[in-house]
Design a protein around this ligand. Structure first.
Ligand SMILES: Cc1ncc(COP(=O)(O)O)c(C=O)c1O
Length: 380
């Protein structure tokens, strides 16, 4: 039996980047400015440059980034925030933490990105019911591909909604030849270790082109501080990025372009080898994915479960993002109006994510594609 393949290989990543990371972290141990040390500002400069945004604000996680952006908009009770039902829980939980109501929107059956027609329907229904004030829409770049930003921008402007970009899975992706990072009023990033740009712990950032908003987010991440440390201008949180995480991320950012290229090569190899009966990810037009996740689609739950078992047998780990849409989760169902979102409801049983990370070797990719083909051969 050959060695099992890793879904995410942090030990190998460590071995590859160890020297650069240790050098950066050692500097932090020398100056001991563990909170808001100089590495935080350096990382912010580099992130803004990489994402093509004017300002970057390092924060404690992708979830806190979303929370602070909504706090900055003063979203609260009585407000409706529209977001896809097929996403990670963090996109929705921040809305409820502020007492506002998440309005779940269906997604497209091929790209899994938010459906503009469902969004229009959901907004019309909320307006007709007259109980909530539509305030914002959060676009999510699911699995690393861009949400339909052109359409979202036009729609948000027409409907007077604030547009927020949850780029937790897509930092490094591009759309119309430009890196994602400035499609919305504010863009949030996550540096959770499994993300394309992952730290060694929790971390996140907010990108914006607006100087006033940047100042507001800096205040919110430090307990709402004003011009001096003990002037409390507003209610904030402890939402800072640790200096050690910033040091790790600076070192990792240096290798990021090459890692993105490697992820893309693997995705293309999977695409090229994909047998009939398994649908490779459908690409969003004029874009490049960051390949946080490479998700294939099967015709039904039986086929998906059978492929997952077959791959496991061959030492290939897989994951299911996401088994259940948010509006069917116990924590959210009571906040949902009961409307059916059929695409989001069907995907959970049919999706399967294959390993995609820069440490995968050519041999491992071949083992994975061979296993896909042998399953397809047996199930033709
Ligand atoms: C779409 C999406 N939004 C938000 C988050 C939250 O990021 P974090 O885990 O850094 O809080 C995640 C990450 O897991 C995510 O995938």
């Amino acid at each position: 039996m050959t060695d099992p393949i890793a879904f995410l290989d942090l030990p190998k990543q460590q071995a590859r980047l160890k020297d650069a990371i240790e050098r950066r972290v050692k500097t932090v141990f020398e100056h001991c400015r563990f909170v808001m040390g100089p590495e935080v500002e350096e990382l912010e400069r580099r992130l803004a440059e990489f994402g093509g945004a004017k300002y970057a604000i390092g924060v404690s996680s992708g979830t806190d980034a979303l929370l602070m952006v909504l706090m900055g908009e003063e979203v609260g009770p009585g407000d409706a925030v529209f977001l896809p039902a097929f996403t990670y829980t963090a996109t929705a939980e921040v809305v409820l933490l502020l007492g506002a109501t998440p309005v779940f929107v269906d997604v497209e059956p091929d790209t899994f990105q938010i459906s503009m027609s469902s969004l229009a329907d959901r907004l019309a229904a909320i307006r007709a019911a007259g109980e909530l004030e539509p305030r914002a829409v959060i676009g999510v770049d699911l699995f690393g591909q861009p949400a339909p930003w052109d359409e979202l921008k036009t729609f948000a402007a027409q409907e007077e909604l604030t547009l927020i970009a949850d780029c937790a899975q897509s930092f490094g992706a591009s759309y119309h030849g430009r890196r994602l990072g400035h499609e919305a009023r504010a863009t949030t990033l996550s540096f959770f270790p499994s993300k394309p740009l992952g730290g060694y712990g929790d971390g996140g950032a907010i990108l914006t082109d607006d100087a006033e908003l940047a100042a507001l987010y800096r205040s919110l991440r430090t307990h709402g501080e004003g011009k001096t440390r003990y002037e409390v201008e507003r209610i904030g949180i402890n939402g800072r990025l640790d200096t050690i995480q910033a040091a790790v991320l600076i070192a990792k950012l240096e290798a990021f372009e090459d890692e993105l290229k490697r992820r893309d090569i693997i995705a293309r190899e999977y695409d090229a080898a994909m047998p009939a009966g398994i649908q490779a990810p459908v690409r969003v037009a004029d874009s490049e994915s960051a390949w946080a996740i490479y998700t294939v689609l099967l015709p039904d739950a039986a086929a998906r479960d059978s492929l997952q078992a077959h791959l496991k047998e061959a030492g290939v780990p897989t994951a299911i993002y996401y088994p259940k849409p948010l509006h069917h989760q116990p924590a959210y169902s009571e906040h949902h109006d009961g409307v059916s979102l059929p695409v989001s409801e069907s995907l959970g049983a049919r999706v399967l994510a294959l390993p995609i990370h820069p440490e995968l070797t050519g041999d491992e990719v071949s083992r994975i594609t061979d296993a896909l083909k042998s399953w397809a051969g047996e199930n033709a």
